[in-house]
Ligand binder design. Structure first.
Ligand code: ATP
Length: 204
């Protein structure tokens, strides 16, 4: 199985990396593909350019043999719809099961994503528990309908949802940007090469 972690990564931080590592381990994924959004459609414009965000993701994943950067949203340009990304990966990977991972905060907005039902016809979802977050409203109903224990994920090709409790790291890119904007330290919240990159390029 292959994991997919989409995000704005403005910037990528240890919360993202730990999410990917713990879900990879829990579900015995062969690989996790980090997919930086060129233009995230459901939020305001990122502060750093797509090229800088992609460069930081490259720096962040370089020392993990299970992690790779997937540049398809960057190359495609325009609004980065996850349904297009999943369809393109499905076309490439054939029958291999794909697992789209996200934090609970992102899952709570999932039924507002473009063509979310189509996404569930292409991939499984893995929801990582993030500090303070739980499934609400339509997301809670969807989870109740499609929930599956991790060990049974491989028995269906697509459309199951697993919850993976992960170590709570209350780190957000928003907080890192705020710290950086007022000249405060961002050390130990993100990988050293990423921290050096954003300082060198005065990104935030
Ligand atoms: P921002 O603060 O700019 O909104 P973010 O830190 O939430 O950004 P995103 O790039 O929007 O990062 O998130 C990509 C994915 O990573 C989402 O699925 C989100 O739920 C998850 N994620 C982000 N931070 C954490 C964290 N600390 N722990 C677990 N998952 C996280």
């Amino acid at each position: 199985m292959i994991g997919i972690l989409g995000g704005t990564f403005d910037p990528i931080h240890l919360g993202h990396l730990r999410l990917a590592e713990e879900v990879r381990e829990a579900l015995a994924l062969e690989q996790v593909r980090f997919v930086p959004a060129f233009q995230p459609p459901h939020r305001r414009m990122p502060m750093a350019s797509a090229a800088h965000r992609l460069a930081m993701v490259r720096q962040a994943v370089q020392d993990n043999p299970h992690f790779m950067v997937d540049t398809r949203e960057y190359t495609r340009g325009g609004a980065s719809w996850m349904v297009d990304t999943c369809a393109s990966l499905r076309g490439e990977q054939g029958e291999r099961p794909l697992v789209l991972m996200m934090g609970m905060d992102a899952f709570n907005g999932f039924t507002r994503w473009r063509a979310w039902e189509q996404i569930l016809g292409l991939v499984h979802l893995a929801i990582a528990t993030r500090p303070g977050a739980r499934a609400e409203d339509e997301a809670a109903e969807l989870l109740a309908e499609r929930s599956c224990p991790p060990a049974q994920l491989a028995s269906a090709a697509v459309g199951r949802i697993v919850e993976v409790p992960i170590t709570a790291l209350d780190i957000s890119a928003t907080h890192i940007r705020e710290l950086s904007a007022c000249g405060r330290s961002t050390r130990y919240l993100l990988p050293k090469p990423v921290q050096e990159y954003l300082t060198e390029h005065s990104l935030y």
